[in-house]
Design a protein around this ligand. Sequence first.
Ligand SMILES: Nc1nc(=O)c2c([nH]1)NC[C@@H]1CN(c3ccc(C(=O)N[C@@H](CCC(=O)O)C(=O)O)cc3)C=[N+]21
Length: 295
Amino acid sequence: MTEIIDGNEVAQGIRDGLVAGIDDLTAAGTTPCLATVLMNNDPASQTYVSMKHKDCEEVGIATRDIELDPEAPAAELFDTVDELNADPEVHGILVQMPLPDHVDEREVLRRIDPAKDVDGFHPENVGRLVAGNARFKPCTPHGVQKLLAAADVETEGADAVVVGRSNIVGKPMANLLIQKADGGNATTTVCHSRTDDLEAKLRAADIVIAAAGVPEMITGDMLSADTVVIDVGINRVETDEGSELVGDVDFESAKPKAKAITPVPGGVGPMTRAMLLWNTVKAASAESGVDVRLP
Ligand SMILES: Nc1nc(=O)c2c([nH]1)NC[C@@H]1CN(c3ccc(C(=O)N[C@@H](CCC(=O)O)C(=O)O)cc3)C=[N+]21
């Protein structure tokens, strides 16, 4: 029987596991605090940001909710980041992507204090991750590692195939999988839009991590039996009845081939949010010098 890996349940376990540390920090005078900055009018982004706030509230993390006019000059966002960097009560800063075209994303990421960069996107934190000395693991790939561990999937010695090479998922995912560490030690292949014979790579995989952003591009006939399939894709597609969320994997055809598989929604998405809380607690712990146990 194929195991359906329940991301909502694993994420709930992470949140529950964070509460004791958050309480300890709060008792010591440091309530962890996450600031979000939203500078777009995309309804999906607004939904994601409000889910992040709700998660924080559940576990006792304080929040700041900043919304900027998408038409505002880039300097307004830079000033906001500078203020949050300087605010001793703020431990984590998340600038929601995407940003308007007139704002240079790289410049924003460079501007965030690396000690508050709970997305793990600042070049210093990217460098540390690659060097095997991560401060903040990016939330989505970190969440995938936690899902694999929760499903008792051994990465050591496994052949892992990551489909997609983005800075936010594909690249950090591959970096985590090759680390000489728990959740790593996998022989890792990164596939992308220019890969020749993707199917041959997928068929040779023990673990497939789909993060290409192409709806249902991976179908069951492309997989070997007993593959572990992690679907990072979150694509809204139009249907006869309106619209629905689908992953990068065609769930119905992939499921019978898979040893274990994550659904969309209810798979990686909730884990991305849970690991954001995790990084915020880690940031508050580092800043305050109060050691806490992380789940
Ligand atoms: N600086 C920054 N950091 C991010 O981490 C970031 C971002 N910008 N921009 C947008 C993407 C997208 N993202 C999601 C996180 C959780 C779900 C999620 O929880 N999805 C649920 C519910 C989906 C739904 O119902 O809409 C699920 O898959 O079950 C989705 C998407 C974080 N992102």
